[in-house]
Write a protein that binds this ligand. Sequence first.
Ligand SMILES: [Zn+2]
Length: 335
Amino acid sequence: MKVISDASRILAALVLASALASPVNAIVVFEFNYLDAPGVGFNDFTQGADRRAGLSQAASYISGVLGPAYTATITLDVVGNQTNDTTLASASSNFNLPFPGNGFGSAGDVMLKILGGDAADPAPGVADGVVDWNFEDFSWEPLSDFQPGELDLISTATHEFTHALGFASDILQNGNSGFGDTPGNASAWSPFDEFVAFTDGSSIIDAGGVLDGAKWSAASIGGAGPAGLQFNGPNAVAAAGGPVYLYSPTTWLGGSSGSHLDTDFYQTGLGQIENMMNHEASVFEGLDIRQYTMIELGILKDIGYTQLVMMVPEPTSVLIVLAGISTCLGVRQRS
Ligand SMILES: [Zn+2]
């Protein structure tokens, strides 16, 4: 889920992402079932074609990142009837795998198919995930011809698809698992949850799948940056050059807490680069982030996409300009 930015955090950052990485040799194919009625949402008579093209462009970027090592056809059901006032869009994988045993094997259908091929589909013949868009409360630019007030559909679609890939925690607010197990008892969790960590970097859930309730209670609502949850996967930590912070505001925000990079920490105004997987759009209107940061590529590797193509943003193609300060993502991320 991605929510609209708080007005107080609207950034003056101008993000110029002149070129999406080319999806050469991409063989993970995304297919969309557009389920809106004729004239509605993605089947809008005027904008529908561009909206569908925007989703395809976001999918192509992800296919390119995954690279030629993976082969799968991912089918997503798409509707444009989201009406929650503050939610831009949402997407998720379906989960049809039976209980996989205690640990971190509770992967969604999307991830299972990308990592294991179409033969690994636990529910052949049905969609692997869902996408829901809010056209009611927001004005969207489906491609790149931005008008005042328009949000970036491609950026948000990339964000949402990334959740469907498995960039999401299964830990509920009370520390229970999705299988109903309580803290202190072993359960099955998502691959992402293996790396959800306490403020000292230690894992919240041990190798046997037992969640530490005290650590979770403290860090899940610990607040910004070092006060809250971390992601301790080795690739992500290496990319960040230190701790990676997950969004863990002092008031639990269902659907956002634990499953995003920390919007309260990764802000250009605080001297940090922003990320695709912050829980908020980085700009209130106009072109938004359309590429992963190295931290996000590290997270995707950590959760299982070990063969992905580490596409370092081109220094000349991605610039963040803020109050006269230019930060090159590529240079920063190699440091
Ligand atoms: Zn999100």
